[in-house]
Design a protein around this ligand. Structure first.
Ligand code: GLC
Length: 559
C-alpha cells in the first residue's frame, strides 16, 4: 500500500512544564550574510527584523546571531573593540532594541554571541595594557617575558587553536602576549578579578537589554595553566572534533582548565540574577564529552545549560556510527543535562556539501536532528541546502584563509572541511532576482552568492511541497507541537537497529513516538509496519519497506 504522509494529524499540545530552552529550536544567523537592507552588500539588523516572519513561519523559536558589536572586523565581529555599542555596518542600538522587541512580540528568543575569551587588539583596554608594563590595565591580558638570553623566544611551546603560534612579541613591553586564536585577538586575563567583573558587567549589560541567553565563544580557552607550562607533544597534526590534540601537541595547558569549569558556575550565578524569564548559556568547546560536560555540571554545581558537541559533525553518516554517537551523548548528558549536537556553523563546511549534495540525506539528517534529544541548531541557509561555495584561499577574506594563503590550493580542495571560512558564509539565497535577493541590484555582496541560486532559493522552495525547506517546516512544527519529541526521554531501539537502520523512541508521560531512519542507499524491510506514520522524508510511503535514505516518525501499534 502506498500512502502520502502529512504531519498535521495527531498533533498534541506542547508540554508546558519543560524549560523553554530545552524544547526550543535555534536558527543561527551570520549577520553579514543574511539580508542587506541598506545597499552596502553586508547584511544588517534591519534585515534580520524583516526576515523574522520567515523564521517564525518555519517554526524556529530562538535565534542566535554571530557578533555585531563594534569591531575592526578582522575576524568579522569575533574581534571586539567595544562591547557596548553596535557596529555601524549592522545598525545601531535603537535597531537592536527593536529586534528584541519584535522577537519577544512573536514569543521568540534571542541568544547573543558573547566573546569573553579575548578582545580585539584595537580595544582600548588592550591598547592601554600593551603600552607599558605599569599602566592600570597592565595585567588585563596575558603577558610574559620571553626566553633565551635576549628574551626573544616565546615563553613556552603553545600553539593557538587556529594553527598559528600563540605568542606575539610587543616591543613596547619587551614581552610576549598570548592569544588562543588569532594574533589580533589577545586573551583576557581572568585571574585578574577586575577583568572578570568587567566582563560580567558586559553580560549584565546585554541581559538588561533583554537578550535571552549567550552563546559563549571559545569558552574552552578562558583560563590557562597558571604557570604557563609547555604542552606535551603528540603525533597528531590535523585538528579533530574529538579532542584538543593538534599541531603535534596536546593543548592541555592552554585549554580546558579546571578553573574554566568553575568559571561556568560563576557565570551561571550572574545570569541567574535575571530570571524572568530564565536565561541560558551555551558554550563552544571541543574535547571529550567526559571533560566538557563539566562545563554544565561540576562538583554538584550547575554551570552552562549546554555545550556544543562537535563530534556530531565528523560522525560518519551511517546507522551504526549515529547509534554509537547517540549512546555516547545519552551516557554523558542524561536528563536533566541535554546534548547539543553540532552539524554546521559559520566555521565549518556546509551540511549539504558534507552529505555529497544529497537532498535525501539532508532531509534525513534534519529528521534525526529535530527528533533526537537535544537542542537543535540550524545554520542559516542549511534549510534550503546552500552548498559550500569554492573561494580560493588566496582570495579569502577570512583571517584563517589569509594566514594559510601559502598552502597549495589542490590540498585544500581535497579536504571536506574548510580553511577558508568564507566558503560557508556566502549570502542567503532568498529568490532568483539578482544577488539572490540578498542585496539590491546595484550593491556588491561582500562574498559571492552561490552560482546555482536560481535553483536553490527560499522563494522557489516554499512553492515546492517536497522541497528541503518544506520538510524542515514540517519536522520543526511536528517537534514544536509534540511533547515527546521536544522534551521526552530517548530510548534507542537496539532490537530494531541494523547496518542500515537507526531506530529510537521518544517517550513522554507514556506516549511513545518512534523514529526510523534508513541511513543506507538500499531499500530495506520496515521493522515497524504496524504503525501510524506522522511524518516521512519521502512523499510516498510503502508499508513494508523503507526507501533508500527514508526516515519516518511513527506511532507504533496505531494504523
Ligand atoms: C569561535 C568562532 C570563530 C571565531 C573564533 C575566535 O571558534 O566560532 O568564528 O573566529 O571563535 O573568536
Amino acid at each position: 500500500m502506498v500512502r502520502p504522509t502529512d504531519c498535521s494529524e495527531s498533533i498534541s499540545s506542547t508540554n508546558p512544564d519543560a524549560e523553554w530552552w530545552k524544547k526550543t529550536t535555534v536558527y543561527h544567523i551570520y549577520p553579514r550574510s543574511f539580508y542587506d537592507t541598506n545597499g552596502d552588500g553586508i547584511g544588517d539588523i534591519q534585515g534580520i527584523i524583516e526576515k523574522l516572519d520567515y523564521l517564525q513561519d518555519l517554526g524556529f523559536e530562538t535565534i542566535w546571531i554571530s557578533p555585531f558589536t563594534q569591531s575592526p572586523q578582522k575576524d568579522f565581529g569575533y574581534d571586539i573593540s567595544d562591547y557596548h555599542s553596535i557596529s555601524p555596518q549592522y545598525g545601531n542600538m535603537a535597531l537592536f532594541e527593536k529586534l528584541v522587541q519584535e522577537l519577544h512580540r512573536r514569543n521568540m528568543k534571542l541568544v547573543f554571541d558573547l566573546v569573553l575569551n579575548h578582545t580585539s587588539d584595537e580595544h582600548a583596554w588592550f591598547k592601554e595594557s600593551a603600552s607599558s608594563r605599569n599602566n592600570p590595565k597592565a595585567d588585563w591580558y596575558i603577558w610574559k617575558d620571553g626566553k633565551g638570553k635576549k628574551g626573544t623566544k616565546p615563553p613556552n611551546n603553545w600553539r593557538a587553536m587556529a594553527g598559528n603560534k600563540a605568542w606575539t612579541y610587543y616591543p613596547e613591553r619587551k614581552q610576549f602576549n598570548y592569544t588562543a586564536f588569532l594574533p589580533f585577538q589577545p586573551d583576557l586575563n581572568y585571574r585578574n578579578p577586575e577583568v572578570k567583573q568587567a566582563m560580567f558587567d558586559v553580560a549584565r549589560f546585554w541581559l538588561n537589554k533583554g537578550v535571552d541567553g549567550f552563546r559563549l565563544d571559545i569558552i574552552s580557552a578562558i583560563y590557562e595553566d597558571p604557570d604557563l607550562r609547555s604542552n606535551p607533544p603528540s603525533l597528531r597534526l590535523i585538528p579533530s572534533d574529538k579532542s584538543l590534540t593538534i599541531f603535534f601537541q596536546n593543548l592541555k595547558n592552554n585549554f580546558l582548565q579546571e578553573k574554566s569549569f568553575e568559571f561556568a558556575t560563576e557565570l551561571r550565578n550572574v545570569v541567574d540574577e535575571f530570571d524572568n524569564p530564565k536565561r541560558i548559556l551555551i558554550g563552544e568547546s571541543h574535547g571529550e564529552e567526559e571533560l566538557i560536560k563539566k562545563f554544565c555540571y561540576n562538583n554538584g554545581r550547575n554551570g552552562l545549560n549546554a555545550i556544543f558537541l562537535f563530534k556530531a559533525i565528523s560522525t560518519p553518516f551511517k546507522a551504526k556510527s549515529y547509534r554509537e554517537m547517540l549512546m555516547t551523548f545519552e551516557k554523558h548528558f542524561p536528563d536533566p543535562l541535554i546534548p547539543t549536537l553540532v552539524f554546521a556553523n559559520h566555521d565549518r563546511t556546509r551540511v549539504i556539501t558534507r552529505l555529497g549534495g544529497s537532498i535525501e540525506k539532508a532531509k534525513l539528517l534534519a529528521l534525526f536532528q529535530f527528533t533526537c534529544r537535544g537542542i537543535p541548531f540550524t545554520y542559516f541557509g542549511d534549510e534550503i541546502g546552500i552548498p559550500r561555495v569554492r573561494i580560493p584561499l588566496k582570495q579569502g577574506k577570512d583571517a584563517i584563509a589569509i594566514q594559510h594563503g601559502w598552502l597549495p590550493q589542490f590540498l585544500i580542495d581535497r579536504s571536506i572541511e574548510i580553511l577558508n571560512r568564507d566558503e560557508c558564509r556566502t549570502p542567503m539565497l532568498w529568490n532568483e532576482k539578482s544577488n539572490a535577493g540578498f542585496c539590491t541590484d546595484s550593491a556588491k555582496p561582500w562574498l559571492p552568492v552561490a552560482e546555482n541560486f536560481k535553483d536553490i532559493n527560499v522563494e522557489k522552495q516554499l512553492a515546492e511541497p517536497c522541497s528541503l525547506l518544506n520538510f524542515y517546516k514540517k519536522v520543526i512544527r511536528l517537534r514544536n507541537a509534540t511533547p515527546a519529541l521536544n522534551s521526552g526521554s530517548l530510548e534507542i531501539a537496539h532490537e530494531l537497529c541494523s547496518k542500515a537502520i537507526l531506530a529510537y523512541s521518544r517517550i513522554f508521560h507514556g506516549t511513545k513516538y518512534m523514529v526510523l531512519l534508513n541511513m543506507s542507499r538500499s531499500r530495506v524491510k520496515n521493522p515497524v509496519h504496524n504503525a501510524e506514520i506522522l511524518l516521512s522524508t519521502h512523499h510516498q510511503n510503502e508499508v513494508h519497506q523503507l526507501q533508500p535514505f527514508e526516515g519516518r516518525v511513527v506511532i507504533p501499534g496505531r494504523q
